[in-house]
Design a protein around this ligand. Structure first.
Ligand code: GUN
Length: 290
């Protein structure tokens, strides 16, 4: 079994992004600027946004957090989005999800200018992705593609099984893995909560991508020898023995599944860091596109 080390790969990619930013600086160009809008006090969202901002700082990119109280109205948030759309100084921005219940994720996502949508969540960008046109790819699927490339994993003709059909991960990665390019050319099966006989399907996977948010859902009896596993899940469970007060769990029972897998991502340190560098790459792309 070989570990798909997202932390190490992300560090390499960050160095490449930093070099590019140094080149922009040397030419007197504008330094790319990412803004993250964070609404409320969701612990996981605060951690993710802080990690995104820290990564920007590491590569020499400008970054700003816009923090809004969870009592902010949908109209006020849409006004903030409009302000960011119009601010030429800002190359790309994200609105961290989930949003409080009284605010529509859909309305907010659709209000973001597609040219600044570095999360790649806007319907126009999703449409371009589906048509294999150049665009911002959603960060987690993009991160998985980069891991596949950097570890030279064969995808041509393979059976790729995706567990979970979210619009952020499961649905876009299914599309990307079936594209006529590398990584891609897989036969893809997209499974979800209504799938019958899931185990029969996962057992035939050459590549298994799991993104459903159920800790240790995929067990060793559900995979075949040699499978390549990407574990997107990350669930916090209270754990008094940890300094942070919690322990992180993936959607895959790592201990059992890693005995059979040829390649597997750990949690933490697998897909997570790759998601963050993908956001940096998208922000660089947004800055260059202006
Ligand atoms: N919430 C969980 N993942 C993401 C992400 O990639 N982007 C945003 N904006 N919110 C998220």
């Amino acid at each position: 079994m070989q570990l798909l080390d997202g932390k190490k790969t992300a560090t390499e990619i960050k160095l490449e992004v930093a070099e590019e930013i140094n080149r922009i600086k040397a030419k007197g160009g504008k330094i790319p600027h990412l803004v993250a809008v964070l609404v409320g006090n969701n612990g996981a969202s605060i951690t993710y946004v802080n990690a995104k901002i820290a990564a920007c700082e590491k590569v020499g990119m400008l970054s700003t957090i816009v923090r809004l109280n969870d009592t902010v109205t949908e109209k006020e948030l849409l006004e903030e989005v409009d302000r960011l759309n119009k601010d030429d100084e800002i190359d790309g921005f994200i609105v961290q999800l989930p949003l409080p219940k009284h605010i529509s994720d859909k309305k907010v996502t659709e209000a973001i200018s597609p040219s600044k949508d570095v999360d790649g969540f806007h319907p126009w960008n999703i449409g371009k992705m589906m048509l294999n046109l150049p665009t911002f790819l959603p960060a987690t699927p993009y991160g998985i593609l980069q891991l596949i490339e950097r570890y030279n994993i064969e995808t041509n003709g393979k059976h790729c099984v995706v567990v979970g059909r979210s619009s952020i991960v499961g649905s876009p990665i299914s599309n990307l893995m079936s594209r006529n390019s590398y990584p891609g050319n897989c036969t893809v099966t997209l499974t979800h909560s209504r799938t019958v006989n899931l185990k029969d399907i996962t057992l035939s996977a050459d590549i298994l991508i799991v993104a459903l948010g159920k800790p240790e859902f995929i067990t060793a009896d559900m995979v075949r020898e040699g499978v390549v596993v990407f574990d997107v899940g990350i669930t916090r469970k209270a754990d008094k023995s940890k300094k942070s007060g919690y322990k992180l769990y993936g959607d895959v029972d790592f201990e059992g599944v890693s005995e059979k897998a040829s390649f597997i991502t750990p949690v933490p340190g697998g897909v997570g860091p790759m998601t963050i560098v993908s956001l940096l790459k998208n922000t660089l792309l947004a800055a260059k596109g202006k």
